[in-house]
Design a protein around this ligand. Structure first.
Ligand SMILES: Cc1ncc(COP(=O)(O)O)c(C=O)c1O
Length: 398
């Protein structure tokens, strides 16, 4: 049986809502975007939700609003997608790469604290809630979280939550709500937990940050096209207050997003169920370790299910993935670390000792298919194929 790495689920109101937009005669940012923003703000508990056309745009706008500019140094984890770092370059800032926790692939408060103490020139940190697991943002006086460590030094935080909708922090608050960061950035790329094809959202509780991001998302104009269309007064009367960007989301995309949002909790529960079944089937294997699956709490967004091959098992990750491919199973790798990429080797500041934990994450990580429309037979086929690949690829000892 062939199981793709991902299959999009548009089984709800997607077509109906898109048709309604097409029939309405208003395709670009308008009423549906406002509806989507309101629904997303409610889902995350954020005061403001600002829709944009990608998470990359969201990160760019959030960093700009946070004051990142020419020469600003920004700390990013090595295990992430290049977008997390590239937005710093857009603004003329300097990327400083940090190693990650070898078990979770996440930035930790200890890693951030050590980097900030060694490099007081860092003005902003972008933690990435990789796979859908929130980084430890808030802690206690004895064991502070990333935000606590940053606040104590006057350093801003912009969250990369591209993988983390819907997810919760360890204290139960929703990722995207007021944890103390400047803003939180989500992705609605085609294979994310909810999609608009391409799209993203910034959430924030700060009125000034929200207003800056709203303006900069559409050319720095002080009135949106929808506002000029719907309010009485000359549509051409507007001011441009800054050289902004063209990052607005369309009503067509928002229509898809609204339909996806209606099923987001059920989809997350379905993904968690698949993760739990993978653990039941594969948890006994010594060749790799698996992420923990909580039985009742729902803190994880379950965007990705990453297995980590143990070095002592002698399995090569690429061979293992190829074997799964020959058995019809799609997999992926999240991620080849930034410090392996030629552009970041040239432009970023990388720890002198390298990022050994990011390296070991990369060498062993493999993401299995995890999407809500997987059938029970597909889930079993993935688990069967993983077992088969383990036996076929065991290398002779010595
Ligand atoms: C961690 C992370 N950050 C940012 C992005 C950028 O998202 P988008 O494709 O919506 O711009 C991605 C996309 O895969 C991602 O995985």
């Amino acid at each position: 049986m062939n199981v793709p790495f991902f299959r999009v689920d548009a089984s709800g109101n997607e077509l109906r809502y898109v048709r309604e937009v097409l029939e309405s005669g208003w395709l670009t940012s308008g009423g549906r975007v406002l509806d989507f923003e309101a629904a997303f703000a409610e889902a995350t508990g954020a005061k403001h939700a600002i829709a944009v056309n990608s998470c990359t745009a969201a990160l760019h706008l959030a960093c700009e609003a946070a004051g990142v500019g020419p020469g600003s140094e920004v700390l990013v984890p090595s295990v992430t997608f290049t977008a997390t770092a590239e937005v710093v370059e857009y603004l003329g800032g300097l990327v400083r790469i940090a190693d990650v926790d070898p078990i979770t692939g996440l930035l930790t408060p200890a890693i951030v604290e050590a980097a900030l103490d060694a490099h007081p020139e860092i003005v902003c940190v972008i933690p990435v809630h990789l796979t859908g697991t929130a980084c430890r943002m808030r802690g206690t006086a004895r064991s502070p979280g990333i935000i606590d460590v940053c606040e104590a030094r006057g350093v801003k935080v912009v969250e990369d939550a591209a993988h983390a909708f819907p997810a919760r922090h360890s204290d139960g608050t929703t990722v995207g709500s007021a944890v103390g960061s400047v803003a939180c950035c989500f992705s609605f790329y085609a294979n994310k937990t909810i999609t608009t094809g391409e799209g993203g959202m910034v959430t924030t509780d700060d009125d000034a940050i929200a207003s800056r991001i709203r303006r900069m998302r559409l050319h720095g104009i002080d009135r949106s096209a929808w506002d000029r269309h719907t309010r009485i007064g000359a549509a051409w009367e507007y001011d441009v207050v800054a050289p902004g960007y063209k990052y607005n989301l369309t009503d067509l995309a928002a229509a898809i997003g609204l339909a996806q949002l209606e099923r987001s909790d059920a989809s997350r529960d379905a993904r968690r169920g698949i993760a739990a079944r993978y653990r039941e089937r594969l948890g006994h294997r010594e060749e790799f370790s698996l992420p923990e699956v909580e039985s009742t709490a729902d803190s994880h967004a379950w965007h990705l299910f990453v297995i980590r091959l143990r070095p002592e098992a002698g399995l090569d990750r690429n061979d293992f993935a190829e074997e799964l491919a020959t058995l019809g199973i799609g997999t992926s790798v999240h991620y080849k670390p930034l410090h392996h990429m030629s552009v970041w080797q040239k432009l970023a500041r990388i720890p002198e000792s390298g990022c050994p934990d990011a390296d070991s994450w990369f060498e062993g990580c493999l993401s299995l298919p995890l999407f809500p429309s997987m059938t029970p037979a597909e889930i079993e086929a993935v688990a069967d194929a993983v077992e088969t690949a383990c036996t076929r690829h065991r290398q002779p000892a010595g």
